[in-house]
Ligand binder design. Structure first.
Ligand code: URA
Length: 253
């Protein structure tokens, strides 16, 4: 299967082939013409949504035992971490997966049951949809890096508690420091609100290019694939978000 055919197949998987102009001559249908009807202007990069309220720990990884760790030491620390009570119920810490020198970093919320079992983020049903999103954007699990806000599964997949996020965030911050991505994709509300230090609803955070507080890296917000499984009509917005992200990367913003 050629690249374009594969991309079409994954757009199919996302349920967004209806965006193609069916009446158009197939030979003249360029990539940009298969986009959703809604305008996709890229606003200029913006300051964090709540300018006066920087995160309490805006420095990349201020905890002394995390600052300066290399990749393997960091992996080791996460594997043995007992900073919050989630270590009592998790099977294992879920560090992250992908290319440690990736341009794109995808950040979700927390491992679920399947991720906890396999030790890899986004491998359950939501993960399959994330894979489709990646492929639709011309990426793969190997070309990007995928991590979560917290590394241990909350029981019954409840939202992470603020103290669990606070305990775990230094690991993610160090990962960002080491990866040095050119763009961060904030997947879902918990990821977006945590890393943008905002309480704004996700719908208000998407559609613009943020700067990650403490890093300055461009960040684009999108819906969580678990939400898309419940609300498939929102998939077209995810495609718009991915296009915004790719445009941002291409323009080197
Ligand atoms: N949802 C997430 O946010 N992360 C995972 O790894 C799996 C599901």
């Amino acid at each position: 299967m050629g690249n374009e055919a594969r991309r079409r197949a994954y757009l199919d998987a996302l349920g967004i082939t209806a965006w193609q102009r069916r009446e158009a001559n197939a030979e003249s249908a360029r990539e940009g013409e298969t986009a959703p009807a809604q305008p996709m202007a890229t606003p200029p990069p913006q300051a964090p949504t709540s300018p006066g309220t920087q995160p309490s720990d805006p420095s990349p990884s201020s905890q002394p035992e995390v600052a300066g760790l290399d990749w393997s030491a960091l992996t080791e620390q996460v594997a043995h971490c007992q900073r919050c009570r989630l270590h009592e119920t998790r099977t294992q810490g879920v560090f992250g997966v992908g290319n440690p020198e990736a341009d794109w970093l995808f950040i979700g919320e927390a491992p679920g049951a399947e991720e906890d079992r396999r030790g890899e983020p986004f491998v359950g049903r939501a993960g399959q949809l994330l894979d489709a999103m990646l492929h639709a954007a011309g990426q793969s699990r190997d070309s990007v890096y995928i991590a979560n806000i917290i590394k241990s599964r909350p029981p019954k997949n409840r939202d992470p508690k603020p103290e669990e996020i606070a305990a775990c965030l230094p690991y993610l911050r160090r990962q960002i420091q080491l990866i040095q991505p050119r763009l961060v994709m904030l997947v879902g509300r918990v990821s977006a609100q945590t890393l943008l230090d905002s309480t704004a609803p996700l719908g208000r955070l998407r559609g613009q290019v943020h700067r990650l507080p403490g890093f300055g890296i461009p960040a684009v917000v999108t819906y969580h694939p678990a939400y898309l499984l419940r609300s498939p009509l929102e998939k077209r917005k995810v495609w718009a978000d991915l296009r915004l992200a790719r445009k941002t990367l291409e323009e080197g913003m």
